[in-house]
Design a protein around this ligand. Structure first.
Ligand code: PHE
Length: 450
């Protein structure tokens, strides 16, 4: 069956694909801006603790279930459920992941479309086509629809190729490109006047902020979003891993790469903000907080690039290229969730499923664009603040309570015969059984009530 389904051809192929899914706009856009508005290094600290203690165990739950079943999330969760009730729960959880992954892609494609538009605007600027550049950066419906559609087409194009010829091949090309681009940009920005002030803000923690529950909720949401958890992406990628691989190690590498890139993006974005301040660009809101999120990326940074003349257009080009690449390696993993389910539960071919589902999700994106004020923020918080942690909770429930412990160990032993004696096996089962579900629920309830 696995030969028919496709499989990552190598360990590094999987690591690059899964890290590609994890590293996305969440890391380069979300993480640094949230750190900026939540106490700098204090946020970084909480994020690191949550990523290792909660997100990594939850990632492992998805990878182990996926690899065990070598199937999509619905089939996989049904397969490990012990009775009819839990089978239904498994199907519902997998199905909810299918919907949430599609909804995440629907807003992600809009934002990624803006990145492509800004990338082309930088090119137009370099070529002296001012009017075109202006049109590309203006927030208009035609521009938004055009670039959302273009980004969706790229995503569909890769997913049509399948696991090794599509996902793996493109992740192998794009991830090293992303890393080199990021390092070059960080190196360059750190040499500019004003960068050191930003660096200090990033690295000196404001411990008062540590006590804020809001910070912990944001950090947990960020960690879950960043590791692509809860929606079945990691489960599906896990289902394409060969039985020979050592899962806890692979999951650990993916977590490390993801966190490192988020932290590194902080070295780019925060110093860049203070370079902008030094160049006369306003970086604070009326309330005195640092400008964050979309205003930062689409107003502050472009204003900064503007103050840098020709070099600025070059840097803008590299920056928005980086964002586009990061978005693409993530969006393919989102689309793979509904595509894997569709081709494994019907007679529809991968190429057709990818195109059809891509078209449907584009329609949702279009609906969001037509009601932007109301729908955009709503879909973002519905999926990332609420659905992702809740579904992560469900995966922990399946791994910690419903699936037999011996079967889990057996699964781990396939790729590492000594799995029973490792530190991972001493800690992880208790973690997914008690610690993760309890903390996720606590934080979730707090965010619901608060
Ligand atoms: N991890 C991606 C990012 O950081 C987003 C993502 C969420 C990808 C859910 C897949 C599934 O941008």
């Amino acid at each position: 069956m696995s030969a028919m389904r496709g499989e990552f051809s190598s360990r590094i192929g999987f690591v690059l694909a899964a890290a590609g899914s994890a590293v996305g706009l969440g890391n380069i856009w979300g993480f640094p801006t949230q750190a900026a508005s939540n106490g700098g290094a204090a946020f970084l600290l909480v994020y690191l603790v949550l990523a290792f203690s909660l997100a990594y165990p939850a990632l492992m739950a998805e990878l182990i279930i996926g690899r065990h079943a070598h199937a999509n999330a619905v089939t996989a969760l049904k397969g490990i459920a012990p009775g009819p009730g839990s089978r239904r729960l498994g199907a519902a959880t997998g199905g909810a992941g299918f919907i949430v992954a599609s909804l995440i892609l629907s807003f992600y494609a809009i934002v990624a479309g803006w990145m492509i538009a800004h990338l082309l605007a930088a090119m137009a600027e370099l070529a002296g086509a001012r009017a075109t550049a202006n049109w590309l950066v203006e927030f208009t419906l035609p521009r938004n629809v055009l670039f959302m559609g273009l980004f969706m087409a790229l995503t569909v194009g890769i997913i049509r190729g399948g696991v090794s010829a599509g996902i793996e091949r493109w992740s192998r090309r794009l991830m090293p490109t992303l890393l080199v681009t990021l390092v070059l940009l960080v190196g360059y920005v750190l040499t500019l006047e004003g960068a050191m002030t930003g660096l200090k803000i990033y690295l000196l923690p404001d411990f008062k902020a540590l006590l804020s529950p809001q910070l912990i909720i944001s950090a947990l949401g960020a960690a879950f979003f960043s590791l692509s958890l809860g929606v079945g992406t990691m489960l599906v990628y896990g289902s394409y891993i060969s039985d020979r691989e050592n899962l806890p190690v692979l999951g650990g590498v993916v977590t490390l790469v993801d966190i490192s890139i988020a932290v590194m993006a902080g070295f780019l974005v925060l110093p860049a903000m203070y370079v902008a301040l030094h160049n006369g660009v306003d970086i604070f809101t009326a309330g005195g907080a640092l400008i964050s999120e979309d205003t930062l990326i689409f107003t502050v940074l472009p204003a900064l690039f503007e103050t840098m003349g020709f070099t600025g257009s070059l840097v803008a080009l590299v920056f928005f290229f980086l964002m586009t690449v990061a978005a693409l390696t993530s969006s393919i993993s989102m689309l793979e969730v509904p595509v894997a389910y569709t081709i494994e539960s019907s007679a529809i071919s991968r190429r057709r499923a990818a195109a059809g589902i891509g078209a449907l999700i584009s329609l949702i994106s279009l609906a969001i664009l037509l009601n932007f004020e109301f729908l955009f923020g709503f879909v973002v918080s519905l999926t990332t603040r609420y659905a992702q942690p809740l579904l992560g909770f469900m995966y922990c429930l399946f791994c910690g309570w419903l699936w037999h412990r011996d079967s889990i160990l057996q699964e781990l032993r396939r790729g590492s015969p000594d799995a029973g004696n490792t530190l991972f096996w001493k800690l992880w089962p208790g973690y997914v059984r008690y610690v993760c579900p309890a903390i996720i629920l606590l934080i979730f309830l707090h965010s619901l009530l608060g």
